[in-house]
Design a protein around this ligand. Sequence first.
Ligand code: BDP
Length: 322
Amino acid sequence: MRLMKTLLACALLAATGSAALAQTMKAADVHPAGYPTVVAVENMGKKLDAATQGRIKFQMLPGSVLGGEKEMIEQTQVGAIQILRTSLGPVGPVVPEVNVFNMPFVFRSIAHMRAVIDGPIGQELLDKLSASPARMVGLAWMDGGSRSLYTKKPVRKPDDLKGQKIRMMGNPLFVDTMNAMGGNGISMGFGEVFTALQTGVIDGAENNPPSLFTTNHFKTGAKFYTQTNHLIIPEILVMSKVAYDKLSAADQAAVKKAAREAQLEQRTLWDAAVADYSTKLKAEGVEFIEIDSKPFFDATAPVRAKYGAAYADLIKRIEAVR
Ligand code: BDP
């Protein structure tokens, strides 16, 4: 009887103990509700809620409500945001090791990028980010497709970009990339692009079809969509180290497992979104201009030489992935 009571007391203590540790994590994204990354992270939160008996829940905050990616990365570092889905682009200035994936034409194709992020190199880069002083834990990769140029005047070759101001994500590597491609790279937050296009502060930008459609950027007259495919940048899902360190080892493992599943789920959602939004963009009068991207590849060789020098061996391993 005494043993029963002790056991009961222990069970009760364990239950209240874990309840006290329950965390509702703010999960942030610049994209709106319904976007593949947002849906995949929401589903991950639901799975974790079930897997941890409610110890971990996500509160999804989509649509840049907590700021642009630069600001959200800072908030994640200090623990004000617990889960962040961001492009790897603006992570580069904080964790330079990840810039290897941010280089122009570093991946041959989306299939190549996927093989790399799913394999040992992908895990290595997540681990490098987690081990860096950035106070973030790399959980998973997501698909951001490939980025192509959209401008108000048609572009077919590097020379056509002369004098055109093109918005790039906040990372000097991308400004260098655009300058090498023939235009003038302007670094700017995602949320400022629409007005900048409208007022003529910039002449164009670059992104994948789902982002071009959901931002309405094409409605500003930037409706020539030149298929340069110059950047294939994975998205990354990170957790604030402050939040991660509060979890038990078992819950940390549950988070990593759910994140890996989200990586694969998002890919399916992504492929459907690219097909869907490409059709919608065309229906809205956006002209997809098919080109030979070789001149842009050649033009960006100095950028790969400059930024790639630090990762020469890693780049060889990336190239060797089939
Ligand atoms: C989109 C990415 C998003 C970036 C945005 C941008 O999914 O994370 O913030 O591009 O261009 O494709 O800033």
